[in-house]
Write a protein that binds this ligand. Structure first.
Ligand code: SF4
Length: 342
């Protein structure tokens, strides 16, 4: 079992981050924040998949003002993403943002940061010091840690400790090293991520290695898997990362064979449909191992350790439970029948 790093705890709206709270999942909307209807639609879609915190881009004052209406229509806490202009943070806080992310690389003036700290203290909300390697003017893990520590001094001098930290580089190993070093010198909770990770496939691999390595070390309190494309994929990926490490449980364990020359059906279609069905939160507490196997010759045998499953022949499948055959089902009805058995 993973022993998690001991940290302070902050509250981002109703979600606790750090100490013994579960590692939370967050994502970021990809809509123009000023388009309230589109942004709310995207947040609701992410909420329904299990996203626990949402971040929105605040590129001008209208975005900051839109937060008020967005917040009134969504359930999960919202973090405002602020770059360049500290006044956007003040406006987002006034609009009811549950947290603000400041980029130390482009909000540098001490007096500006202090203004934001005062506003956060008044509303009792945390700040994320969100450092990215490029904008921090350094590409090394050491440089990132130093930049974060210098920035932290402004907060600590003001006796403000409701802080989360992220140290994201687009290079996976630099990201890992930066967080590991930072974990040695502070006890603030960490938001983990690999920045600009890339496409659904490449980005997923980079994020899984970066975030996964740190989580396995016990480092990390909330995660965002940055992927180019639909944000829904970020939430699903985050769930898989956390479940793979035994840190959270979201769906039953699914075993699927890779298929070989014996397989006579489109197993990948079946597996994808089944995964989609299992995303429904009603299956999250199910402690069942389910196997989807490409052939009836080896399927039930290979999946002996599964509680139940299905092994396919030509256009049909055999449902099995603990290695014993239950009944034959057509290829078309296979997923439906398996869900019925569950
Ligand atoms: S279960 Fe059958 S189809 Fe799948 S890998 Fe094994 S032998 Fe091949």
């Amino acid at each position: 079992m993973i022993k998690r790093r001991i940290t302070r705890q902050v509250s981002l709206g109703s979600v606790k981050i750090g100490r013994n709270s579960p590692v939370s999942i967050q994502s970021m909307t990809k809509t123009d924040t000023r388009d309230i209807a589109a942004t709310v639609r995207q947040v609701k879609s992410l909420e329904s998949l299990g996203c626990e915190i949402i971040r929105v881009a605040v590129k001008d004052i209208s975005c900051a003002q839109a937060i008020k209406k967005i917040k009134s229509k969504i359930k999960i806490p919202l973090e405002a993403d602020i770059h360049f202009d500290y006044r956007l943070a003040l406006e987002a806080i006034a609009s009811g943002s549950d947290s603000v992310r400041l980029n130390p690389g482009n909000i540098r003036k001490k007096e500006h940061v202090v203004e934001v700290i005062k506003a956060c203290r008044k509303k009792n909300i945390p700040v994320r010091i969100g450092l990215n390697s490029g904008s921090a003017g350094t590409n090394s893990a050491k440089g990132m840690v130093k930049a974060a520590l210098d920035y932290l001094k402004i907060f600590e001098k003001e006796k403000f400790f409701d802080i989360m930290i992220s140290l994201k580089a687009s290079d996976v190993y630099t990201t890992i090293c930066a967080y590991r070093e930072m974990a040695k010198v502070c006890d603030y909770p960490f938001h983990l991520g690999v920045t600009a990770a890339g496409s659904a496939q490449a980005g997923l691999i980079k994020s899984s290695i970066g975030i996964g390595a740190l989580l396995a070390d016990g480092i990390g309190d909330t995660i965002r898997v940055s992927l180019t494309g639909e944000p829904e994929n970020e939430v699903i990926a985050a769930k898989h990362i956390l479940q793979s490490l035994g840190l959270r449980k979201f769906f039953p364990e699914i075993i699927a064979c890779p298929t070989c020359g014996r397989c006579q059906v489109d197993l990948s279609k079946i597996v994808n449909n089944f995964y989609d069905a299992m995303l429904d939160t009603k299956y999250s507490t199910l402690n069942t191992k389910i196997a989807l196997m490409g052939c009836e010759v080896n399927g039930p045998g290979e999946a002996k350790e599964a509680d139940m499953g299905i092994a396919f022949g030509k256009n049909a499948g055999t449902l099995f439970k603990k290695g014993k055959i239950i009944k034959k089902v057509s290829y078309k009805d296979a997923v439906k029948e398996l869900i019925k058995l569950i």
